[in-house]
Design a protein around this ligand. Structure first.
Ligand code: OAD
Length: 236
């Protein structure tokens, strides 16, 4: 049976581009992180095996920058949507700028910088805020802590939950992602045929079927879209 669309529900899928104006580097733009660092050296389980110190340093630096950053007008506009809609933010970002802007239902699919996880028991996850993780920092069971981040080759978090929300949303807004990393990128194809679907990015790299694509900065375009949706109100 096809999923029932909920016109009062908005799903916003975000990527690094939404935090660019907050001063956080994206991954694949000209000044992107993956131009300065090798994924194989800092963002895979093998990298962790080979050189955990380097991996920890990389994420300690990311965490430091993320906690110092502030939510921008795009994060804030998305948070304001909750005044009229049932909103789920599904983010590939590991910063907490959506939460700090006021969004209350944020689903992280690639993990969170402000949390650490046991290497022995993945259910042991700790809030660490802006603190570093260093070699020798251990969980309650005595095992080394690692960043609560999804590395290449690992399963993404909350995949099924995210798909369930995307399938039933009346509006789907995709912001600031190159849609190159799967399976997260593939989730856009799950949007309902009748949903209003918008993709917004500085460079439009992918044009998923049925999406209206808008080129520009998230800080400029997201508030405009949100204003329109707020004026229209939730359809019944
Ligand atoms: P990318 O760096 O691949 O893509 C960023 C996108 O944001 C590009 O399409 C840019 O054009 C766009 N962009 C840049 N500045 C923008 C702005 N001010 N306003 C709007 N758009 C802007 O980042 P992601 O797609 O998020 O995963 O990358 C996906 C995943 O790859 C990340 O979650 C991370 C990375 O490897 C892991 O580490 C597992």
């Amino acid at each position: 049976m096809p999923d029932q669309i909920d016109h009062n529900k908005v799903v916003v899928l975000t990527g690094a581009g939404i935090s660019a104006e907050s001063g956080l580097q994206t991954f694949r733009d000209m000044n992107g992180l993956w131009n300065a660092y090798s994924i194989d050296e800092v963002a895979t389980p093998d990298a962790w095996e080979r050189n955990p110190r380097l991996v920890l340093e990389f994420y300690n630096e990311r965490r430091k920058k993320a906690v110092a950053a502030l939510p921008n007008d795009a994060h804030k506009a998305i948070a304001a949507l909750e005044e009229k809609y049932e909103v789920r933010v599904i983010t590939q970002n590991v910063d907490d700028l959506h939460e700090r802007a006021g969004s209350t239902k944020v689903i992280h699919v690639h993990g969170e910088l402000v949390k650490a996880r046991s290497t022995a028991d993945p259910s042991l996850v700790y809030e660490i805020g802006g603190k570093e993780i260093n070699l020798g920092d251990v969980c309650d069971k005595g095992s080394q802590l690692r960043p609560h981040i999804v590395w290449f080759g690992e399963e993404i978090h909350n995949h099924e939950l995210s798909i369930d929300h995307i399938r039933t949303a009346g509006k789907v807004l995709v912001v600031g992602t190159s849609l190159t990393v799967y399976p997260a990128a593939g989730m856009v194809t799950e949007a309902h045929q009748q949903a209003e679907k918008i993709l917004l990015s500085l460079d439009i790299e992918q044009r998923p079927y049925g999406f209206h694509c808008m080129q520009g900065k998230a800080v400029d375009l997201v508030p405009t879209i949100v204003r329109r949706w707020m004026e229209a109100g939730a359809a019944t």
